[in-house]
Design a protein. Structure first.
Length: 241
């Protein structure tokens, strides 16, 4: 495990974007595993800036997103499909046909999860997976459990996760109760994993996940086993170490 310590969110975002851009420059047809939420937004903004400057070319890049809410169509402004278009895809020259996000509207959850696992397999796996970190240690929407998940699954969101996301909705009643997420196995099988963490509200999770026991009750702790894992975190997120 490698830890890159940064002063603040801006520096964290720049450092993470550096790692992603290096991946694209070294392998233009990379498969990028992408995350949503507030943590990666700054990195996406930096990647857009470098694209506009002519430094980066996304035309051959393929992507797989971690997760999607169940019950939100891709045009809903809180869907992760919309998030990715708004924060990255619409601003660079990526081919929309090469982007992949779980379908939150497929009524057959098991079939959709199996389909998404096949998408990842057909791409040959993920070259670089970008992650955020939930306050309860979740990665993607893999919540604390008594076992580590394998493939893509439909899960019920914990109240702490729904509460953390309610700021994006009018009320917590509008926050979906379920999501479809890449499994821990899929994340662990990525060739490289980069996690971004910012703020004192992530400090407990950082300490428990990376300096505590490996346990499915702290899903991110499994990344201690990954051979090429980098945590990019600001001083606040690392404040308890």
């Amino acid at each position: 495990m490698r830890i890159i310590r940064t002063k603040n969110y801006e520096e964290m975002s720049h450092a993470a974007a550096n790692l992603i851009s290096a991946q694209v420059l070294l392998k233009p047809n990379s498969v990028l595993g992408l995350a949503t939420g507030s943590s990666p937004v700054g990195a996406y903004k930096q990647l857009i800036e470098w694209y506009e400057q002519g430094v980066l070319d996304f035309s051959q890049v393929r992507t797989v997103n971690l997760d999607e809410y169940v019950g939100l169509n891709k045009e809903h402004d809180q869907s992760y499909a919309y998030f990715m278009r708004d924060n990255l895809f619409d601003h660079v020259n990526i081919d929309p046909a090469k982007t992949n996000i779980p379908d939150g509207m497929n009524a057959d959850g098991a079939a959709e999860c199996a389909r998404y696992d096949q998408v990842i397999a057909d791409l040959g796996g993920v070259d670089l997976q970008l992650l955020g970190l939930g306050v309860n240690g979740h990665i993607g929407f893999n919540e604390p459990d008594d076992h580590f998940s394998c493939g893509t699954q439909q899960i019920e969101l914990t109240e702490s996760t729904r509460d953390a996301n309610k700021r994006f909705f009018s009320s917590i009643d509008e926050v979906p109760t379920h999501a479809r997420t890449m499994g821990v196995r899929d994340i662990l099988q990525a060739k490289r994993v980069v996690m971004v963490a910012s703020g004192k509200n992530k400090a407990e999770a950082v300490k428990a996940a990376f300096f505590g026991p490996i346990t499915p009750h702290m899903p991110a702790s499994i990344l201690q086993y990954h051979p090429d894992f980098t945590l990019v975190a600001d001083e606040d997120a690392l404040s308890l170490l």
